[in-house]
Structures are given as structure tokens and as C-alpha cells.
Design a protein around this ligand. Sequence first.
Ligand SMILES: NC(=O)C1=CN([C@@H]2O[C@H](COP(=O)(O)OP(=O)(O)OC[C@H]3O[C@@H](n4cnc5c(N)ncnc54)[C@H](OP(=O)(O)O)[C@@H]3O)[C@@H](O)[C@H]2O)C=CC1
Ligand SMILES: Nc1nc(=O)c2c([nH]1)NC[C@@H]1CN(c3ccc(C(=O)N[C@@H](CCC(=O)O)C(=O)O)cc3)C=[N+]21
Length: 335
Amino acid sequence: MNAAAVATTFAWSTFAAPLRLRVTRGALRTAPARALPRSARAEAKLIDGKAIAADVREEVRVGVAQMKEKIGKVPGLAVVLVGERKDSQTYVNAKKKACAEAGIDSFGTDLPGDATEEEVLKVVADYNADPNVHGILVQLPMPDHIDEERVLGAISYEKDVDGFHPLNTGRLAQRGREPLFVPCTPRGCIELLERSGIEIAGKEAVVVGRSNVVGIPAAMLLQRRDATVTIVHSRTPNSEEIVRRADIVIAACGRMEMVKGSWLKPGAAVIDVGINAKDDPSKKLGYRLVGDADFESCKEVAGAITPVPGGVGPMTIAILLKNTMEGAMRAYGMM
Ligand SMILES: NC(=O)C1=CN([C@@H]2O[C@H](COP(=O)(O)OP(=O)(O)OC[C@H]3O[C@@H](n4cnc5c(N)ncnc54)[C@H](OP(=O)(O)O)[C@@H]3O)[C@@H](O)[C@H]2O)C=CC1
Ligand SMILES: Nc1nc(=O)c2c([nH]1)NC[C@@H]1CN(c3ccc(C(=O)N[C@@H](CCC(=O)O)C(=O)O)cc3)C=[N+]21
């Protein structure tokens, strides 16, 4: 347990987004009309991921309490960390704390950076066999000498709360099939849209990035909700032009502040997945967190936008808890 890292996490989360933005959790007004001159347009609504995540976590806490009352059991989440990356330790600690607050048991195994693949697979196999564990998460990235595909494929797909097992990703990609679990960050993006009253069906969505953990599953989820989806990536020559068509933009390119306000159709909803540390000598730590979208220019054009921090990040953890509770409910025949 690294207390300093935890303290850092929560200090980071305290940079709230600029206060002059209107915070909304309810339905959004219709997007500002394209014809309005810039000076007359309202600024984007801020999608408050921290508040929406708190709602989700409260729903999970209530569900867990009901499970405990009915059958005397609670969900259990196991987190496996290989190596000593500071950022990974911070995320893992935040996940454990969130579990405790929701009444979920957490189990953890920390292996040194030079652990063998066999050692990691053994830890996974033990959690697969443990009836008190309903969710298993292996923190990514793992050290290079470990075959990520093998390890993720070894997690029981019934305990695959990250949704990275090929059976869950395969089902997500197929029509008429239902995965047991959907990856936390993309599911969090969808819940942010839905809980903000932003319509997805029939809209044009552009996902910037095609990673297995964010871009691809986000595109699948939007498409399953009847959006028309385009994915752009590092080899797309005209991303900017394509993004300009979007009613919904998911920024997940891992490039600091890349998506600019000038790329947006006025009124578009921007879900910024990015987490990047930007040098800022005025901050105690010498940096602040920024997204993959340029918040200052995007908020002038967008209809709604998530801040960083306080947007998608808190939802990732809230959905992890929700996935774990759903896994436990399935294990006990409650759903
Ligand atoms: N908030 C949260 O909970 C989480 C946040 N993150 C953050 O989200 C972001 C994305 O993460 P992740 O998907 O893991 O990142 P990856 O680096 O794995 O993937 C980035 C994707 O963006 C594409 N890309 C890179 N440059 C460009 C460009 N110039 N134009 C268009 N596309 C581009 C890449 O294309 P190509 O495939 O061609 O290389 C790749 O598909 C990061 O900032 C990360 O820190 C990640 C996970 C959780
Ligand atoms: N198997 C696996 N599953 C993951 O879900 C996973 C992973 N590996 N590896 C790393 C990424 C990253 N990730 C984040 C979780 C929470 C915040 C988060 O809570 N962010 C806060 C700020 C917290 C901070 O200060 O860092 C916010 O955006 O407001 C961010 C990012 C999950 N990931």
C-alpha cells in the first residue's frame, strides 16, 4: 500500500473544472444552433463525471447491501499488479478504496516486475478457483516479458470484470450476442452520455483511437446503441475533417489536447478519455492532468464536454464496481 500515492490521487481529483461552466446531471437543453454568432452561444454544459460516478457507486453500495441481507454474501474483486509503476499503484489503491466504500471485498496480489508469466498465471488460476472472488483485474500495462494476451485469456470469462477476455470482446463485436462484461472505461463513456440525456441512436459518433481497451470497445458500444460510428487513428490523414461530422466525439488517442474546438461541429458532445500530465509550475506537483481534447477551445464550441480530471476517470472505477457486483449476482443466480 502506498499512502503517498493515494494522497496524490485524491489531491489530483480536487482540481474541479472551471466554475463558470454550468454543471449538469439531468437532461441537457438542445445543442446551440449553428447559426448563432460565437458571442451569443452558450458555453458547453459540463458533464460532471465525478457526480455521476458517485451516483453509480451509491447504486452499487445499495445493491451490495441487499445481496448481503438476502444471502449473506458480498461481491469480491481481485486486483493483480505486476511491477512497480507508480501510476498503476495509484490506480490499484483507488480501486481498493472504492471497493471498501461499496462494501465489496477486495483481494490483491502484487508481484515484482521480474515475476515470470507462470507466476502470474498461477495467481490468476487461484482467483479463478476462489468462490469468494467474482471479478479479476490484471492491471495493465504488464512488463514486456509477459504475454498480455495469454494472461488476459486465462482469466475466467465469468470473472472478467475488465471485459478483455476474447469471449467477451468477441461477443461484444457480434450482433445478437451479449458479453458477460463490457470494458469499464467505454461503458463509463456510454453511461455519461445516457445519464446526461444525450441521445445516441441515429447520431454520428467519431471515436479517436482504436485501442483494444478504449477505442474499439467504445465504437462497438456506440454502434450497438444505433449510432453511426467512424473510428479514426494515427494513419487517418483527415481526422479533423471526420471529427467535424460528429454529434458525439470520444477522444482516446493518448495525445495531449489533440482534439481542438475548431475540429468540432457546434453542439457536439465531447467525451474526453485522455489522462496526460502537463507541466504546470503553478501546481504543487509541477503538473496537472489534461485530456486528449483541448478543453479550453472545445468548451466554446461543444454542446457538452467532460472535464479531465473529473470526467471519464471516476466512471472507470465506478463501472468496475458495478461489473463486479453484476458478476457476483450472476454467480449467485440473482440475475
Ligand atoms: N480515464 C480512464 O479511465 C482511462 C484513460 N485512458 C487514457 O485514454 C487515452 C487512450 O488510451 P489507450 O486507448 O489505452 O491508448 P493507446 O495509446 O493504446 O491508443 C491510442 C490510439 O489513438 C490513436 N492515435 C494516436 N495518434 C493519433 C492521431 N494523431 N490521430 C488519431 N488517432 C491517433 C492510435 O492509433 P494507432 O492504432 O494507429 O496507433 C491508437 O489507436 C490515453 O490518454 C490514456 O491515458 C486509458 C484508459 C483508461
Ligand atoms: N486492467 C486495467 N484496467 C483498467 O481499467 C486500467 C488499467 N488496467 N490500466 C490503467 C488504466 C487507467 N485507468 C484509470 C482509472 C481511473 C482513473 C481516474 O480515476 N482518474 C481521475 C483522476 C485520478 C488521478 O488523479 O489520477 C480523473 O480522471 O478524475 C484514471 C484512469 C484504468 N485503467
